[in-house]
Design a binder for this molecule. Structure first.
Ligand SMILES: [Zn+2]
Length: 363
């Protein structure tokens, strides 16, 4: 049978057909990651766009950072031409560049993400107020660095920096996907500076998607980002009521969501769903069915969503992690939202889409 042509390589399941993270349509072009001087060559190509990350945030044009809390506003990534960034990377060898992929077509743009977290804060302070020089300070190779702030120093104040939860609900799927990959990789590079096996420094490899240990005695081992699997479960009972809970860690006392937790070492996903439900609410689960998944790079989770049928209905919250849990019908849930007694999970979260799937309409 022919494949469903409407599904891009990064598309999701029919149960959860849209999620606002990592659902872009970029071609990773994995085979190019081994090319010598890949980043340098990409930056020399006038079709290449550069996006910037810093401290787990993504750069957007100045002013857009204020839009995060508004509904129905569009946000986009700030991009720089590759040629501007090339000389800067020679100046800052500690800056990590990542090849995110390219778009289809003869003039398809390649996208490189550059993480400037390691451009020091002192430099950033010096750059404040120096925006007017933005287009005039690109140094040529071998040039003596001037006292003027460099392009990457200026970028700290030139752009607004927003986190993925703020950006993704306002962005196109394409740009939200770029931002998710860039932020996930950049957080990993900024946290893992040494080989976990031998303690030697590491350097980026495979276009930024991996690292290589610099210790020959350790075989210059290749290191890949660790992903932390988590399950999230929409639990319904025999009357198709949904189990909603409020957890102690959530700042908003009115926030209610579905059951979630990390997968233990050596545990399968279905067991994790059942264990979390029992620990948090005392509910025993029957059949557990896969719904879809979403990367959640805060800092490195992968949320795997399930729908489960409860075989018991008596709730006993643990009182530590989960404070309140209750069954709701669709009418009851709608009434709680309208009255303001309950708040739904945020627009970037898979939990929101799971609740919508049960509710049968958008929140
Ligand atoms: Zn090592």
């Amino acid at each position: 049978m022919a494949a469903d042509i409407h599904f891009s390589p990064l598309a999701l399941t029919r149960a959860l057909p849209f999620l606002p993270l990592a659902q872009g349509d970029i071609d990773y072009q994995v085979d190019r990651r081994i090319e010598p001087n890949l980043i340098e060559n990409l930056l020399a190509d006038p079709n290449t766009k550069v996006v910037l990350t810093r401290g787990g945030r993504i750069a957007v044009p100045r002013g857009q950072g204020d839009l995060v809390d508004y509904e129905n506003v569009k946000m986009r990534l700030a991009t720089l031409p590759g040629a501007y960034v090339s000389a800067e990377l020679r100046r800052y060898p500690e800056v990590v560049a990542m090849f995110l992929g390219a778009y289809a077509g003869a003039r398809g743009a390649s996208v490189v993400a550059v993480d400037i977290t390691r451009v020091s804060q002192t430099d950033a302070a010096a750059a404040a107020g120096a925006d007017d020089a933005f287009d005039e300070t690109v140094s040529l190779p071998g040039e003596v660095p001037s006292a003027k702030p460099t392009l990457l120093q200026q970028a700290v104040t030139r752009f607004d920096w927003v986190d993925l939860r703020g950006f993704a609900p306002h962005a196109s799927a394409r740009e939200a996907g770029q931002a998710t990959s860039a932020i996930t990789l950049s957080i990993w590079h900024s946290r893992q500076r040494f080989c976990p096996t031998c303690g030697s420094p590491v350097r980026p490899a495979l276009g930024g998607w991996a690292q290589r240990c610099t210790n020959e005695a350790d075989g210059n081992r290749i290191l890949f980002p660790r992903v932390e699997p988590a399950v999230i479960t929409a639990i319904v009972d025999g009357r198709d009521r949904l189990l909603l809970q409020h957890n102690a860690a959530w700042k908003d006392p009115k926030l209610y969501s579905v059951s979630a937790g990390f997968v233990e070492a050596g545990e399968n996903l279905e067991h994790a769903c059942r264990r979390e439900a029992m620990e948090e609410t005392g509910i025993q689960l029957g059949e557990v069915r896969y719904l879809g998944s979403q990367p959640w790079p805060f800092p490195a989770s992968l949320m795997m969503a399930f729908k489960a049928h409860a075989v018991t209905t008596d709730i006993q919250v643990d009182g530590e992690e989960t404070m309140i849990a209750r069954w709701v019908t669709r009418d009851e849930y709608t009434a709680e939202l309208v009255s303001g007694r309950m708040v739904a999970p945020g627009r970037a979260t898979i939990a929101r889409y799971m609740i919508e799937e049960w509710l049968g309409r958008e929140l």
